[in-house]
Design a protein around this ligand. Sequence first.
Ligand code: KG4
Ligand code: ZN
Length: 299
Amino acid sequence: VPEVASRAHLESMQQVIKQALADAKVGLNDIDAIAVTAGPGLIGALLVGVSSASALSLALDKPLYGVNHLSSHIAVDSLDNEKKLTPTIALLVSGGHTSLLKVNNLVSDIEVLGATIDDAAGEAFDKVARIMGLGFPGGPIIDRTANDGDFAKIQFPRGLSSSSDLINHRFDFSFSGLKTAVSRYLEKSADYKKADVAASFQEAVVDVLITKSISACKESGIDSLVIAGGVAANSRLRQLAVDRCNAAGIKLSIPPIQLCTDNGAMVAALGSLAINHGAKPSQIGIEADSAAAIAQIIW
Ligand code: KG4
Ligand code: ZN
């Protein structure tokens, strides 16, 4: 419920800022700049964040950086990884987005190579977990359930992977047919192991994600791949990515699991990259944009 979400942001804002400063053992005057998500996302929640950050920036006389939530998923990798982040291919997989990106410069130049044409990868995990009666959020539960299963037991479809699909949707994804296939399988099979269904479904998702990411690296001549977003926490995705990138001579980086979903760390990381790249600070009064495209990186 968007209204409840923005109210919760408002009520928690001061406490969260106090707690973050206390955990980091710094005061407001020790920080160099304020970074905030300006889009995309729920408009009410974005407005609370942008207003609070603007007020802090004015009161402390520190520069403000409005940043893109999607790019910040990728930027968080820089916290744990000394190597230069660009140019790189990036696979962004979360509950709301699934995109394959060519990152020429993380603070100024990102191209979209492809995206999902229906459900996001995380959404597919969540929906299939619900169909299987496993609970929410589905990603971690399917990941755990799949541990005891056989991923080769059931051949579920790989979306947009046929040779004709590859002509028009080379780097796009589709997961809704897979969700339907799982649902049909459950209906018509009297006897199955949940672990096998979970493992086979998970394999169909991660196989397509990695196959297309590696093709994007090869075709663009970029030998570096970053995988980011909540679904990057998936253990099979991480394993398969390591194996196939090793075989293809591609440098792989995936942020540590706890950073894949830590929005504060993500936004601070992108703000800090913006400063280091000499990006101009944002104006006080920037407008939050609930539907911001990935190409708008710093406001
Ligand atoms: O990036 P994120 O925290 O939120 C968005 O910005 O959407 O991603 C949340 C998504 C959820 O759909 C959740 O099921 C999925 O990430 N997820 C996983 C795993 N952990 C979280 N999916 C697959 N395997 C996991 N281990
Ligand atoms: Zn996200």
